[in-house]
Write a protein that binds this ligand. Structure first.
Ligand code: ADP
Ligand code: 5GP
Length: 187
């Protein structure tokens, strides 16, 4: 389709550095960041409508039932989903749209939009992932353990299913690599 923007999906285990990389990408390339709906509670500093739309279970269910989500998945006991409307509108306006979502959602998007580019951010090691997750200081111990447990299979799955797996070792290098992927004509 002519003049349609690129749909870019970034996934990766919690704590690998997705938000950090997305913030740095923003300084390099204009894109619309898709704000997801979630049933989890806001962390300190998070703003409704900016980081997420924080909704109750009933409201989330209405979004699902009304077909208003492009994809949704359960993660760590909570539900997360991508509002469909803004993604379509922005792509049709020729903008790049970036989704920061977990693996199963990324695969749903790839099925509906085969032209989407999927990137999995992998940690340099499991120990480094744990260190980063703890350094954020905003996730309780049970949730940290759950998140580390799913990290292993997420990476295994990603290696077979995602278009690119990028190891988030050195931030500048990683941002350069993703900018190259977005600009490459073949993605
Ligand atoms: P996510 O959004 O994937 O959960 P964050 O972006 O919140 O992860 O990053 C988790 C922690 O890891 C933060 O403290 C962040 O500063 C740190 N971090 C992110 N990228 C890197 C990197 N390339 N090298 C070292 N630390 C990093
Ligand atoms: P967090 O609770 O740390 O903000 O996010 C937990 C996980 O949910 C992350 O892997 C994040 O990418 C993912 N996530 C955020 N929004 C969505 C969404 O709309 N859909 C799906 N499938 N996953 C999401």
């Amino acid at each position: 389709m002519a003049n349609t923007g690129t749909l870019l999906v970034i996934s990766g285990p919690s704590g690998v550095g997705k938000s950090t990389v997305v913030a740095r990408l923003r300084e390099r390339i204009p894109f619309h960041f898709s704000v997801s709906a979630t049933t989890r509670r806001p962390r300190s500093g998070e703003r409704n409508g900016v980081d997420y739309y924080f909704v109750g279970e009933d409201e989330f269910e209405e979004l699902v039932e009304g077909g208003r989500l492009l994809e949704w998945a359960e993660y760590s006991g909570r539900r997360y989903g991508t509002p469909r409307g803004p993604v379509i509108t922005r792509l049709e306006a020729g903008e790049h749209v970036l989704l920061d979502i977990e693996n199963l959602g990324a695969m749903q998007v790839k099925r509906s939009y085969p032209e989407a580019t999927t990137i999995f951010l992998a940690p340099p090691s499991r120990d480094e992932l744990e260190r980063r997750l703890r350094s954020r200081g905003d996730t309780d111990e049970v949730d940290i353990q759950t998140r580390l447990e799913v990290a292993g299979w997420q990476e295994e799955m990603a290696r077979g299913e995602f278009d690119y797996v990028v190891v988030n070792d050195e931030l500048d290098r990683v941002v350069d690599e993703i900018v190259r992927i977005i600009r490459s004509p073949s993605h």
